[in-house]
Design a protein around this ligand. Structure first.
Ligand SMILES: [Zn+2]
Length: 305
């Protein structure tokens, strides 16, 4: 008797479940991104309405990243997809192409940057340099695509997205003022940045640094012996005080150059991935875009002073 009673109750509850609209209203918009910098933008603009997951975590190199089957599933299940674009995610182009044909809400955040503000370095023949996030005003332009994409998927949230987009732009204006001041602490002739791969061309243009990367724009091609010798000579000749390793690129070649040229390693910079959220260094949260920019500039300026 008692058991039957219980079964009836369970049945009644089960019948009630699909009719609960409150659950649907609380459902967050699922956003999947590639790199963490894009996830940070999506969180800033999306606020409470969204739930964001980045496929590539701290230390992951987007140039070499191949999507696993589980990533493809996540992308297919996402409401909105944001990626960086300009071939940063070089091995995922086919997937984005396919997704864009079957889904409406797939966006490269860099599409809101006017082409004449992009760099087209000779070593990346015919392609734009994708590392735009190191020029804060350029990255700020990407907010437009995020706000547009979210509003297209969720028109009811448009006001909120635009408000948060404006607040994010204001925050990045403050960051830019800070960055210009920080770079200004270093005399112009000391502003030479030597790193593993050419992730800092936009950084160099924005903050007045000459940038020398060992591996070229993408990490796909490795440095040859001739490059290593040339860079060692350059460092000695310019009396550069420090070289830098990157969190998403193996350290060995830069370590060798540091030894050969007799210069110290000035620290680890973030290039194509942010740090771990909540990891605080010098008061900066390395898992945020602002923390990443401040960490890099502080590390560079202090080591080259
Ligand atoms: Zn890169």
């Amino acid at each position: 008797m008692f058991a039957l009673h219980k079964v009836r109750w369970l049945l009644a509850i089960a019948l009630l479940l699909p009719a609960l609209p409150a659950l649907a209203a609380d459902k967050k918009i699922k956003i999947t991104t590639t790199v963490t910098m894009v996830a940070d933008l999506a969180r800033s603009v999306g606020g409470d309405r969204v739930e964001v997951e980045a496929l590539m975590g701290p230390g992951v190199d987007p140039h070499l990243y191949k999507a696993a089957a589980s990533d493809v599933t996540k992308l297919q299940q996402a409401d909105v997809i944001f990626y960086s674009g300009l071939l940063l995610e070089g091995k995922m182009q086919d997937i984005f192409g396919k997704l864009a044909r079957s889904k409406r809400f797939v966006y490269a955040v860099t599409e809101s940057i006017p082409l004449d503000r992009l760099l087209e370095p000779p070593e990346f023949a015919g392609h734009y340099d994708p590392h735009v996030w190191f020029d804060v005003p350029l990255w700020k332009l990407c907010i437009d695509t995020v706000a547009k994409g979210l509003s297209e998927f969720d028109p009811a949230g448009k006001d909120g997205y635009e408000k948060r987009a404006a607040a994010t732009r204001a925050r990045l204006d403050e960051l830019q003022a800070w960055a210009l001041k920080k770079a200004g602490e270093l005399p112009a002739e000391r502003r030479i940045l030597v790193t593993s791969h050419d992730a800092y061309n936009y950084f160099g243009r924005a903050y007045g640094f000459q940038v020398v990367g060992l591996q070229g724009i993408s990490t796909v091609s490795e440095a040859g012996l001739a490059d290593v010798a040339k860079l060692t000579d350059f460092i000695k000749q310019k009396k550069i005080k420090a070289v830098f390793v990157e969190s998403s690129v193996p350290h060995d070649t830069i370590e060798r150059i540091s030894k050969d040229a007799g210069v110290k390693i000035g620290g680890e910079l973030f290039s194509d991935a942010m740090g771990t959220p909540g990891q605080i260094e010098n008061g900066y949260d390395l898992g945020t875009y602002e923390g990443m920019i401040k960490h890099n500039l502080t590390t560079i300026v202090e080591a080259l002073k």
